[in-house]
Design a binder for this molecule. Sequence first.
Ligand code: NAG
Ligand code: NAG
Ligand code: NAG
Ligand code: NAG
Ligand code: NAG
Ligand code: NAG
Ligand code: NAG
Ligand code: NAG
Ligand code: NAG
Ligand code: NAG
Ligand code: NAG
Length: 509
Amino acid sequence: MRCVLLFAWLTLRVTAAKCSASFFSSLLPQNYSLSYASHVPENGTFTDSWADGNATSLPEGCAVGLQVQTANGSQFQMAMYLPSDWNNRFMATGNGGFGGYTAWISMGALAQYGFATLSTNTGHQSSQLDGSWALNNPEAIINWAWRAMHMGVVIGKNITTGFYNSSIQYSYYAGCSTGGRQGLKEVQEFPDDFDGALIGAPAWWMDNLPVYGAWLGAHNLPVNASYHVSPQQLQMLAREAVRQCDPQDGVEDGIVMRPRECKFTLEPLHCTSSVNISSTCFSDAQMGTVQYILDDWVSITEGDEPVSLDADWIYDFLLNVTSYNWADLNYGMIELSNAINPGTAQASKFDISAFKERGGKIIHYHGYADEIIPTESSRYYYDHVRGAFLNSLTTVTDFYRFFYIPGMEHCTSSSMQEAPWYIGAALQPAAVQGLTYGVPGYEDRYHDSILALMAWTENDTAPDYLVATKYIDDDISKGIQRQRPLCPYPQLALYVNGDVNQSTSWICN
Ligand SMILES: *[C@@H]1O[C@H](CO)[C@@H](O)[C@H](O)[C@H]1NC(C)=O
Ligand SMILES: *[C@@H]1O[C@H](CO)[C@@H](O)[C@H](O)[C@H]1NC(C)=O
Ligand SMILES: *[C@@H]1O[C@H](CO)[C@@H](O)[C@H](O)[C@H]1NC(C)=O
Ligand SMILES: *[C@@H]1O[C@H](CO)[C@@H](O)[C@H](O)[C@H]1NC(C)=O
Ligand SMILES: *[C@@H]1O[C@H](CO)[C@@H](O)[C@H](O)[C@H]1NC(C)=O
Ligand SMILES: *[C@@H]1O[C@H](CO)[C@@H](O)[C@H](O)[C@H]1NC(C)=O
Ligand SMILES: *[C@@H]1O[C@H](CO)[C@@H](O)[C@H](O)[C@H]1NC(C)=O
Ligand SMILES: *[C@@H]1O[C@H](CO)[C@@H](O)[C@H](O)[C@H]1NC(C)=O
Ligand SMILES: *[C@@H]1O[C@H](CO)[C@@H](O)[C@H](O)[C@H]1NC(C)=O
Ligand SMILES: *[C@@H]1O[C@H](CO)[C@@H](O)[C@H](O)[C@H]1NC(C)=O
Ligand SMILES: *[C@@H]1O[C@H](CO)[C@@H](O)[C@H](O)[C@H]1NC(C)=O
């Protein structure tokens, strides 16, 4: 016993001593330079100048920052956390929207499992909604599209093996939104980078997604038009959708579990008299606009143009302009977007057999109430991967499973439906008050999607279902409100009997 303790103590001492600028500099080839190397004590907090926020509750370890030259004077910043008590595994995480930041909040959660973790700022600094950095900046677009992630992973693995003087047993990825797209891009183009990937609500269809969103937004302009629908009225639409589409799963609890079985009709919201006011119904003119917004696609206008997440794609990635008349927007913009395919960001390769052949596993999830990325774009991707494997003996479910999360919005939360959504995935811990990582009390491969991915990759125990958790007010100190199974597509959860708030009262079918 004393021997084991001494050995553990020595390991910690060695890794703490290695956490120095001189050690990491010695590992770096040309074009890679060290930004910092900082030892962090147990339960420490860390962030850097490029970060989205603080990593908290860190296990003791080493925080490392690098600057990497890519091409033609462009560069990106990357960050790593190397816990002293390492689980022999590597896990990278991604970004959101057009965001440029090192993802320290998510890295902090992953480090607590014992992973050596990594993220990059994708080659620029910006908020998630700001694409203005891309204007006339093709190298920066490539860095954001895929290059920073891939180059970061390659050097990050070298740094990990150098630091621990030991090989990496398994390499993983977890990310949501743009992070989901970054993960799919890796699986498609660099299948050797990861053994397993947890892909959330991926913005994979980049050439269509923002243009379509802008198109919907432009259809709702100008704001003083008789047909303009306000964001408040869209809330009314959402409430009506829940009213009509909730009962199909066998329980009327405000949670839409089986939306495909609902034949939604707008008629109940159509004003029948001139006295109806806009807060309760849609006018004749507005009905046409609302029809456009249906079918899982929701985009709203803010001010006099589509939301920046959509508009900036057209300004800064496609046209290279600083103003645009939204009334001119037509189908040609989708064609232009597909022709330019900025940075080859779109992650639309359906034949991912190389990833399958190396034993790779994918768990993909998407909130059924996602207000930013259409849920059905994930189903479309999954169905097309299934199509790509039709002529082989491979069953896609042997290595790739897709889970809808009913009621979940974009990557986290279910504020309107109070549906169980939490599976410990990328970005999720930070959306629960008092939680720093994982699913406390349920550290198993059903409740924690990170553990599910590891179990499938390492032990070949496939996830036949997951269990999502909803904490009261998304605050862990208030306790669990409900748990419910998530089923691998095309199955969905169906209530059988018992307490509706217990996952065991439901089956997948
Ligand atoms: C960890 O640090 C936080 C704040 O920095 C503190 O509130 C908490 O009590 C600490 N936990 C432990 C186990 O030391
Ligand atoms: C990060 O932590 C520092 C000190 O621990 C604190 O001053 C700062 O406000 C925190 N930043 C964020 C974004 O929470
Ligand atoms: C370093 O970057 C420069 C331009 O940024 C490039 O020309 C050169 O090939 C790179 N060197 C290596 C070893 O990658
Ligand atoms: C650098 O830019 C030039 C001119 O735009 C281009 O031809 C070249 O391919 C670029 N180099 C790399 C490595 O991207
Ligand atoms: C705008 O610039 C990008 C590179 O940043 C380029 O790919 C694209 O073709 C340009 N668009 C037009 C319409 O020239
Ligand atoms: C990573 O390590 C491999 C094997 O030692 C080496 O071939 C490669 O050049 C290294 N790459 C970088 C970017 O350091
Ligand atoms: C790395 O590990 C090998 C054995 O796996 C050992 O021979 C070598 O001395 C170690 N190097 C360092 C720098 O600790
Ligand atoms: C909307 O506002 C614009 C500019 O303020 C004005 O020219 C136009 O007549 C208005 N349209 C309607 C339908 O009120
Ligand atoms: C509109 O007004 C009519 C008559 O007052 C009423 O019957 C109908 O329910 C109202 N519709 C809505 C959607 O509020
Ligand atoms: C693999 O299975 C073994 C034996 O049941 C278990 O101890 C281990 O935790 C599993 N590994 C993972 C990553 O789930
Ligand atoms: C299930 O949870 C909801 C919301 O918290 C609550 O209203 C309902 O009473 C619960 N049902 C049971 C059977 O506990």
